[in-house]
Each structure stands twice: as structure tokens, then as C-alpha cells.
Unconditional design. Structure first.
Length: 138
């Protein structure tokens, strides 16, 4: 274990990342959305939220529903973690972040709009055009 720590430290100093150095990676069945709990002194516990989830964003939406329900019931925890396939999900009031390890780098998967909805970065909301807005074709 000491050798692995030395190798990881040397790789980090050189600017490289090695798998196994940034912490545990997700495990579980494919297309299953998990919520993570972190009991003290134990490895993370995976709780099944939903099965047959088709996309990472759908799992994030299900975890967001759990987060909001906890807050509605008077809870004070504003952050929740989950896992889907090979990604960890981290939800907080600013949005949803994803990463391949618990302690490694994360990227923004979905951000919050001014009215609190979750949307992918770069998404532009457009209003649908009804039949009255279409030009006549002759």
C-alpha cells in the first residue's frame, strides 16, 4: 500500500493521473441508478434508486427528486451523491457534477437555471412555434 501511495504521489507531482490513485471507482450493474451513503469507517454503500435507466441525465433527475424530497421533509442536507454505470454523480444547489472517481476531478453535467431547473451547459431554451407562426407555402 505504501508503494502505491508513493507511485501516486510521484505521478501527481509529474502531472499525470493513474487509475486507482484518485479513490474508489463506481461499481454495480449496468443501467442502474444508485444513491451513495458514506457510513463512518466503512466503504460507500450503494442504494438502488431505479433500474433500467437509459441515460446519465435521467439518473441525475431521479437523484435530484430524492434531494428535494429530503429538503421538503425538513432535512438539512443539500448535497447528495450517486453512481450510474462508470460515473459518480454529485448534486448540490448549484447543479450536477460527474466524475469517474470519488475524489478526482469533476465536470459540470447540468447547471441550474434562474428558476431552479437543471439543464445541460450551453442549452438554449426556445419557445415552440405554433401553426399561426408558420409562413404560408404557396
Amino acid at each position: 500500500m505504501r508503494n502505491l501511495a508513493m507511485i501516486c504521489a510521484a505521478a501527481a507531482a509529474a502531472g499525470f493521473t493513474l487509475s486507482g490513485c484518485a479513490g474508489p471507482t463506481p461499481h454495480g450493474d449496468p443501467n442502474v441508478c444508485y444513491q451513495l451513503t458514506f457510513p463512518k469507517g466503512e466503504p460507500p454503500r450503494y442504494i438502488v434508486v431505479a433500474r433500467n435507466v437509459s441515460k446519465l441525465e435521467d439518473c441525475a433527475g431521479k437523484l435530484e427528486g430524492i434531494r428535494i424530497n429530503f429538503l421538503r421533509l425538513g432535512g438539512s442536507i443539500h448535497e447528495i451523491s450517486g453512481a450510474y454505470n462508470d460515473q459518480f454523480l454529485f448534486l448540490d444547489p448549484s447543479g450536477v457534477y460527474a466524475g469517474t472517481t470519488l475524489t478526482g476531478p469533476r465536470y459540470m453535467l447540468m447547471g441550474r437555471t434562474s428558476d431552479g431547473r437543471l439543464m445541460r451547459p450551453g442549452y438554449m431554451e426556445t419557445r415552440p412555434v405554433g401553426p399561426q407562426g408558420l409562413p404560408k407555402l404557396d
